[in-house]
Ligand binder design. Structure first.
Ligand code: HSE
Length: 298
C-alpha cells in the first residue's frame, strides 16, 4: 500500500503567465496499491469515469514505462476544483507518480514534469506541484520543460480567498486576447522579473510594484464575483500583493502580516461564499508517507 500527497498550486504569480508557480500546503492524498484491474474509491461523482485525470495520467505513464499493472486507489482530495489552485495538475501528477510506484520504479522528475505539463497544456502548475516550492518554467520548442526552482524569502505569508464559484481553465483562457501590443508584452516581462526578485528578497515594496499583470488578470477578474470589492477590502486593510491564482476564481494575497480580521469579516459577509485560508509554501512537492512521516517522493 502506498500513500502520497500532492499539493495545490498557484500559477502565474501575477505577471508570470504560464511561467511562474508556487506549491501550497493544501493536498490531495491518494492511497493505492497495485492490482489486476482499476478501481477508484471516494471520487467526486463528476469524475468517476474513464476520463478521470488521475486514471488517464496513470495509464499514459504506464504505457510509457511499458507496464500493464492496474491500481486500486482511494481519493482524499482537499484541493478545490476549478478554482485556479491546480486541482487538475494534482490529479495528473498523482497518477504519473502512482504508475511509477506501483511498478517499483523511482520516478524521474524531468520526465514526470514533462508529461504532466503536456497533459495540462502548460507547465506552471505541474512543475511546482511535483517539485515543490516555487518554480519558473520555460516550454522549449520540442515541448519539454526547463524548470528552475526559485529561492523564496521566508518573510511572506500566503492567503487564498476562494469564492463558491468555479471557473474552468478553458473558459478563462478562451477570453484572453490572441495578441497584445508590444508595450504590454514588454511590461509584463519586466514585472515578472521584478516579481521573482521581490519574492527572493522578501521586499514588500518591490512586490507591490512588481505584482501587476496586463496579460490575463484584467480579463479574468470579470469572472470572479465581487472581484473589485474584495481586492479593495484586502488592500485597504493589509499591505501586500493581490493576485488572481492561476486562471481563477481564487484570489491569492501575499503579504508580511496576516490579512486583517476586519477584512476577513467584511469579505465573509459578501454573498459569494468566500473561504479565506492562510497557508504555507509546500516545499516538498509530491510526498510519500513512510513509517508515518512524509518525505519527498521525487
Ligand atoms: N497559466 C495557466 C493559466 C494556469 O493562467 O491559464 C491555469 O491554472
Amino acid at each position: 500500500m502506498f500513500e502520497i500527497r500532492v499539493p495545490a498550486t498557484s500559477a502565474n504569480l501575477g505577471p508570470g503567465f504560464d511561467c511562474l508557480g508556487m506549491a501550497l500546503a493544501i493536498y490531495n492524498r491518494f492511497i493505492f496499491e497495485p492490482a489486476d484491474d482499476f478501481e477508484m474509491y471516494n471520487v467526486d461523482p463528476r469524475f468517476d469515469n474513464d476520463e478521470n485525470m488521475f486514471l488517464r495520467a496513470f495509464m499514459t505513464e504506464s504505457a510509457i514505462l511499458g507496464k500493464t499493472t492496474g491500481i486500486h486507489v482511494d481519493f482524499a482530495c482537499d484541493v478545490p476544483i476549478c478554482r485556479g489552485l491546480g486541482s487538475s495538475a494534482a490529479m495528473y501528477a498523482g497518477g504519473i507518480i502512482a504508475a511509477n510506484l506501483v511498478n517499483g520504479i523511482q520516478p524521474d522528475a524531468e520526465q514526470c514534469v514533462n508529461l504532466a505539463s503536456e497533459l495540462e497544456h502548460h507547465p506552471d502548475n505541474a512543475a511546482p506541484c511535483i517539485l515543490g516550492g516555487a518554480t519558473a518554467c520555460l516550454k522549449r520548442d520540442d515541448n519539454t520543460v526547463l524548470v528552475h526552482r526559485l529561492d523564496i524569502s521566508d518573510r511572506f505569508r500566503y492567503t487564498i480567498l476562494v469564492p463558491d464559484s468555479e471557473v474552468p481553465t478553458e473558459q478563462a483562457r478562451a477570453i484572453l486576447p490572441k495578441s497584445y501590443p508590444l508595450s504590454i508584452a514588454a511590461g509584463n516581462g519586466a514585472h515578472a522579473v521584478m516579481m521573482v526578485e521581490a519574492l527572493r528578497t522578501g521586499s514588500l515594496e518591490l512586490l507591490r510594484e512588481a505584482a501587476v499583470d496586463q496579460l490575463h488578470e484584467p480579463y479574468r477578474s470579470q469572472l470572479i464575483p465581487n472581484y473589485s470589492t474584495v481586492r479593495k477590502i484586502v488592500l485597504d486593510n493589509t499591505e501586500g500583493a493581490f493576485l488572481i491564482s492561476g486562471s481563477g476564481s481564487t484570489c491569492f494575497f501575499i503579504s508580511h502580516e496576516s490579512l486583517a480580521p476586519n477584512a476577513v469579516r467584511q469579505i465573509m459577509e459578501l454573498p459569494d461564499g468566500w473561504q479565506i485560508v492562510e497557508t504555507n509554501i509546500a516545499r516538498g512537492g509530491i510526498e510519500i508517507k513512510e513509517n508515518g512521516v512524509w518525505r519527498k517522493s521525487i
